[in-house]
Design a protein around this ligand. Structure first.
Ligand SMILES: C[S@@+](CC[C@H](N)C(=O)[O-])C[C@H]1O[C@@H](n2cnc3c(N)ncnc32)[C@H](O)[C@@H]1O
Length: 323
């Protein structure tokens, strides 16, 4: 008579981790969890480096050596962890999968109606241009919109078609119409602002986007719009969508920060001359389209420091400072 099978043991929840070499750079086996850990560690090291760097430039001479050594040590740790290339691959593989894909699809969804109308010739005129800062791939959704010319830059170019360039060092367009060819209808900062390790650097980056946006035609051709107003993507009127900044952040940067709320972000952006045209909140990310009209309500840029806006021990410290 056959013996009854012994009951199967439940899987242990305390199983030791599997050791072995980390997945090779570019490996499709990089798990979401691994990618998330790698991304967090990279951000943390960068923030520590920014703090050490600030200390190195502000401390008295004999402390300089220590601070400089701390920076060098952090550089070595960043390099040992695979540096920017590994972070980028983790972002491209793990994070993209986890958050449901390419963030530029949201931008395309917002502006596609306008472009479609243009294509059908009702508005006529030039094609649109996009400067994608922090581009990881040329194969994202914005690259497939007809009539949208995309310029891609990144600190480290992973593919052909992406220029290796620091946005903060990108040569500024010449003043006036002479610089128009070097300005864009849309600048995209998708998960780039949160890469900047310090609050002042974030403010500087936001401010710099204005310099690369085409001026409202109200200023250059006196017609009170960018070559006329655009019907927006949802057809809810004649609100302009260009020139604009597409900004994507991890949602907790605004939903759970001690120093930044959406209201505060709107004030910062308003002071730079932007108004909020579109917003989408997902479980992981927040997407914004900010239309630039080149002037703040008060007529001048305000200063925004670091002040606590929400209390609570479980908050993060994401902050934007406009000096
Ligand atoms: C998390 S990745 C985001 C990639 C992509 N935009 C997305 O939405 O998935 C951030 C990228 O921004 C790039 N980056 C950060 N600061 C930059 C700067 N000042 N100029 C150009 N690229 C920058 C980094 O090199 C990195 O590749």
């Amino acid at each position: 008579m056959p013996r009854p099978k012994p009951p199967r043991k439940p899987l242990s929840h305390t199983r030791p981790p599997r050791f072995g070499p980390p997945p090779a750079t570019g490996s499709p086996t990089l798990s979401s969890k691994h990618a998330r850990r790698l991304i967090r560690a990279h951000h943390a090291l960068h923030k520590a480096r920014a703090r050490a760097l600030a200390a190195a430039t502000t401390t008295v001479a004999d402390a300089d050596a220590d601070a400089a050594a701390a920076v060098a040590d952090l550089d070595a740790r960043i390099a040992r962890a695979g540096g920017l290339p590994r972070y980028q691959l983790a972002s491209r593989q793990g994070q993209a999968r986890e958050r449901g894909g390419d963030a530029s699809r949201v931008l395309v969804g917002w502006v596609a109606g306008v472009e479609e109308e243009r294509r059908r010739g009702r508005r006529g005129g030039k094609s649109r241009s996009l400067l994608e800062v922090g581009a990881l791939s040329v194969a994202n959704a914005c690259g497939r919109v007809r009539g949208l010319a995309v310029t891609r830059i990144d600190l480290n170019a992973l593919e052909g078609g992406i220029e290796r360039q620091d946005f903060m060092a990108r040569p500024l367009p010449a003043p006036g119409p002479a610089g128009d060819a070097d300005r864009f209808d849309v600048v995209s900062l998708s998960l780039v602002l949160n890469y900047v390790p310090d609050p002042v650097g974030r403010g500087d980056m936001l401010r710099r986007t204005c310099l690369f946006l085409r001026r409202c035609a109200g200023e250059s051709d006196g017609r009170g719009g960018d070559g006329g107003t655009e019907a927006d993507a949802e057809g809810d009127g004649e609100r302009r969508l260009f020139p604009s900044l597409f900004l994507v952040l991890p949602a907790p940067c605004v939903t759970n920060s001690r120093y930044l709320t959406e209201e505060h972000l709107e004030k910062i952006m308003g002071s730079l001359g932007f108004r909020l045209a579109r917003r989408k909140l997902s479980s992981k990310l927040v997407y914004y389209l900010w239309v630039y009209d080149g002037s703040s309500k008060s007529g001048k840029e305000a200063r925004f420091g670091k002040s606590e806006l929400r209390k609570g021990s479980n908050r993060n410290n994401f902050c934007i400072v406009l000096k």
